[in-house]
Unconditional design. Structure first.
Length: 104
């Protein structure tokens, strides 16, 4: 399975992104999964968890500690366990991230 990350995406520390998980109903406890796609200018905050097969829309925000079990629409802010919409982000964002090493 694959993880696709768009342009100008900010991913916080200790974020977990999974493309496979065990199927508790499988006779052999096998795995199932799906590709994870993160759209341009999305922001995934610290300690968020993204489960297999999820799409994070363009400009969407995943709050710290959230567990994302289903797709997040563009420019929607989600939080909680499981993640639910808690707000919206403005649609006219146009920044470009300048990456650097921490504490520089």
């Amino acid at each position: 399975m694959q993880i696709s990350i768009g342009a100008n995406v900010n991913i916080g520390g200790h974020v977990q992104i999974y493309t496979l998980e065990h199927d508790p109903n499988a006779l052999d406890f096998g795995t199932k999964g799906g590709e994870v796609v993160v759209g341009d200018r999305a922001y995934i905050a610290t300690r968020a968890t993204i489960l297999p097969g999820v799409r994070i829309g363009e400009g969407a925000v995943v709050a710290a500690g959230a567990v994302v079990t289903r797709d997040v629409d563009p420019y929607v802010i989600v939080g909680g366990v499981p993640a639910r919409p808690i707000g919206e982000r403005r649609r006219d964002i146009a920044y470009e991230l300048g990456y650097h090493l921490p504490f520089q």
